[in-house]
Design a binder for this molecule. Structure first.
Ligand code: ZN
Length: 311
């Protein structure tokens, strides 16, 4: 029997130029730049990772900076919002910081029991800060001048925009998640909140949403399992449920399988092991370009073709 899926592992999106992406996520949001590597399926494109200080599962947002892609607009069958958890009394700090940085706050509301503020990233992707007293004692550091006390801890969750929510809800129930709220057209599913970061997924029925995939779009949502054994059990189980699941892919910092959930969103199940200190020490995460071993022989060419990125 497959184990419960504990929460989100990472969320991967498409960005514009890498330097602008770095300036936003590291310098403005204050996340730690935790890995500079390449898209393993497209080695002349960066794959950039930002998370909390320890690069904990449930904190990593990752980007493919596709410089030639047109602007995306939220679309049905996609994750359309990244929710970050900040301590329960940190929203005033963030409102002031976003204001100082000329980042307009789009909305400020209370829903499903949490105070939130929402805004766009530099590529137009929807972000939300969620006041969550459950993360008050979770230790991290703020980068880019962000106060450690108020720093983003990691994901609160994400929102999926779907033509229908029923079958996706059933899949999340198979994951071991339970409905924890239903307000304003949003149904919230939650794993055990004691699992840590990224324990919610919101479902929104929005069949009229008519956008397009591009810059600022979320490419996929990855869920976490502890190890290869539980991943393998999930692979068998999902195949048994009729999903088309990829073979296991080695992503160096985790192993991955991918499938489309019933609403069309690309889901991944990633292992917590071996983690981001697999090829560099915690203290110097993100400082140098890391390549998977099979691309080391092409390092000179890869380095010369990647765009400039000063970290
Ligand atoms: Zn992924």
């Amino acid at each position: 029997m497959a184990t419960t899926i504990n929460g989100l592992h990472h969320i991967t999106a498409v960005s514009g130029p890498p330097q602008e992406n770095f300036d936003f996520y590291r310098n403005k949001l204050g996340l730690r730049f935790t890995k500079k590597t390449i898209n393993f399926d497209d080695p002349f494109t960066y794959h950039l990772y930002y998370g909390n200080y320890n690069a904990t599962p449930g904190s990593s947002i990752t980007f493919f900076p596709w410089t030639n892609v047109s602007d995306g607009k939220p679309n049905v069958g996609e994750a359309t919002l990244v929710q970050y958890a900040v301590p329960g009394d940190s929203l005033d700090y963030w409102k002031e910081r976003l204001n100082d940085l000329d980042i307009p706050i789009k909305n400020e509301q209370v829903y499903l029991g949490h105070n939130t503020i929402s805004f766009d990233d530099n590529d137009g992707m929807n972000l939300e800060l969620v006041a969550d007293s459950g993360v008050n004692n979770f230790k991290t550091r703020g980068e880019g001048g962000v106060d450690d006390t108020h720093a983003i801890r990691g994901f609160f969750g994400t929102l999926l925009s779907l033509s229908d929510t029923q079958r996706t809800a059933e899949l999340l129930q198979e994951f071991g998640w339970k409905q924890s709220g239903n307000e304003g057209g949003i149904i919230r599913y939650q794993s055990n909140p004691e699992n840590g970061l990224g324990t919610t997924v919101d479902l929104k029925k929005d069949p009229e949403l008519n956008g397009q995939f591009g810059r600022g779009s979320i490419h996929h949502v990855a869920f976490r399992v502890p190890d290869d054994k539980s991943q393998s059990e999930w692979r068998e189980k999902l195949i048994g449920m009729g999903f088309q699941v990829t073979p296991v892919q080695n992503r160096d910092y985790f192993r991955s399988i991918y499938f489309r959930e019933p609403g069309g969103v690309l889901f991944e199940i990633a292992t917590d092991i071996p983690g981001f200190t697999h090829d560099e020490p915690l203290e110097s995460l993100g400082q140098s370009l890391k390549l998977p071993s099979w691309y080391e022989k092409n390092r000179d060419e890869i380095e010369s073709r990647l765009p400039e990125l000063n970290v």
